[in-house]
Design a protein around this ligand. Structure first.
Ligand SMILES: [Zn+2]
Ligand SMILES: [Zn+2]
Length: 265
């Protein structure tokens, strides 16, 4: 089982990092989490074949998290994909995602493979495949971004996830890894959205919260490791500040992610 960071940038375009995205490999399935602008190039940059991806999980509809999807599907077609592709999104967003794909002229019969958009419900376990499932909980990231144009209907769903991954051989022994991915959040409370669950690994953004808030959450939730992603240039200073504020024994448990960082889980 492996966790690989494909991109680690915030919503700000950067020449150093691609937008935040990672792959969870369960041994037999590869789940790409988020597919923002430039995701196809980000995958190429890591020498990851497009058709290595079995499913794509979308956290929310900010461009750095989903707009690379149609282009990635095109790349899959040009790489002669045959296997179906699964796209997982909140039930509120699924019609839009289907339209987004369709309006990009991507039709199953022309692609040569099926694109299945499957929707998940908040706070319900969703099984991706045997040994890989997740629960989504809505955080407050988009609540403050309400459009001033009240005539437009928009979805403000933004999920944090608890992703459970287990190799088949480990399934029965219950040795699964619980990965808490904050997704984009808005405030301190969002860091505790899965505090009732066992958390082995934590992947957190750092753009929308303070260093002190993240340290406090790390010390309370006690994951074995904390990976920090969604890093704008200004956020890199926050990560160095965070390291200095931690005792040496905890410092090695906190890792600033970079594009290409690969971790055995
Ligand atoms: Zn973002
Ligand atoms: Zn966002």
């Amino acid at each position: 089982m492996e966790l690989k960071f494909v991109g680690t940038s915030s919503g700000k375009s950067s020449l150093k990092r691609y937008h935040s995205s990672f792959i969870i490999n369960s041994g037999s399935y590869n789940l790409l989490v988020d597919a923002g602008d430039g995701i196809s190039r980000a995958l190429m940059n890591q020498k990851i074949l497009f058709n290595f991806i079995d499913g794509i999980l979308i956290s929310h509809l900010h461009p750095d998290h989903y707009t690379g999807l149609p282009s990635l599907i095109v790349q899959m077609k040009m790489s002669e994909r045959k296997n179906p592709l699964y796209v997982f999104c909140d039930e509120i967003n699924s019609q839009f995602i289907k339209e987004f794909i369709y309006q990009s002229y991507l039709f199953d019969d022309r692609l040569g493979f099926k694109v299945n958009v499957q929707s998940f419900k908040q706070d319900k376990n969703f099984e991706v495949t045997e040994g890989l499932n997740f629960t989504a909980r809505q955080n407050s990231h988009l609540e403050r971004n309400l459009s001033s144009d009240k005539s437009r209907r928009l979805s403000f769903s933004c999920s944090s996830f608890l992703i459970r991954v287990s190799e088949r051989s480990r399934l029965e022994s219950g040795k699964e890894k619980n990965i808490f991915f904050t997704g984009d959040i808005a405030e301190q409370n969002d860091l505790y959205i899965f505090k009732d669950m066992k958390i082995d690994l934590m992947i957190s953004e750092i753009t929308h919260i303070t260093v002190e808030e993240l340290i406090e959450a790390f010390q309370k939730l006690k994951p074995q490791k904390l990976y920090i992603t969604h890093l704008g240039e200004e956020d890199e200073n926050k990560v160095s500040k965070l390291s200095y504020q931690l005792p040496a024994s905890e410092r090695r448990k906190v890792v600033a992610a970079f594009d290409g960082l690969s971790v055995k889980i």
